[in-house]
Design a protein around this ligand. Structure first.
Ligand code: GRF
Length: 196
């Protein structure tokens, strides 16, 4: 299975995928890594010799034009699956339609709870005793597509956004690798899931 991974930040989920995909037995390989900015995480791809690209929204006069360019760039690598791993942009509908359901995202909460860019902070302030991580198919909403898999992460007394997010990331790194593996081995059928 050929993957393109999209990031915006530190890329710890990306690194987990790079390390997993470096093993010959892993049923997927990363053909390129893209970002919306000069993300620190691109250094992980460079370390593993994986090509990178940056498509900055600011260079375009509309979200649709940015989306079109991003999709054109992605499709140039002919991936079977696009993985958003800390990609902090909402893809415009034209881009989602071009890529989904072979387009998944990992989110640091138990969707549909706490969608959006402040999931960890919102779980903390909501006073819930547990949160978690979700891998889902990206649809035209915000973190609203069909859930593929989730793992629960307990919230501990004294947790800050940083300590809780780090505990979630430990789980995410395992979850994203396992989910990509299951999709590659066809244990998960995204087209079926997207129809539910
Ligand atoms: C992850 O928690 C992911 O769920 C969220 O952004 C974070 C990205 O972290 N969307 P990293 O860039 O993979 O370290």
């Amino acid at each position: 299975l050929k993957l393109v991974v999209l990031i915006s930040g530190s890329g710890s989920n990306l690194r987990a995928l790079l390390e997993a995909a470096a093993a010959a037995a892993f049923p997927a390989r990363i053909v390129a890594v893209g970002a919306d900015n000069d993300a620190d995480g691109l250094a992980h791809a460079e370390e593993f010799g994986i090509p990178t690209f940056v498509v900055p929204p600011g260079s375009f006069d509309s979200r649709e034009a940015w989306g079109t360019e991003l999709v054109t760039t992605i499709e140039g690598w002919t991936p079977d699956l696009v993985v958003c791993a800390g990609f902090m942009r909402i893809l415009p509908p034209n881009a989602v339609r071009a890529l989904s359901p072979n387009l998944i995202n990992i989110h640091p909460a138990l969707l549909p709870l706490f969608p959006g860019a402040h999931a960890v902070r919102e779980a903390l302030s909501a006073g819930v005793i547990e949160t978690g991580a979700t891998v889902h198919i990206v649809d035209e909403g915000v973190d609203s597509g069909p859930v593929i898999t989730q793992t629960v992460v307990p919230i501990q007394d004294g947790d800050t956004e940083a300590t809780l997010h780090e505990r979630i990331k430990i789980v995410e790194r395992v979850l994203i690798v396992q989910t990509v593996r299951d999709i590659a081995l066809t244990h998960i059928n995204l087209k079926e899931l997207a129809r539910t």
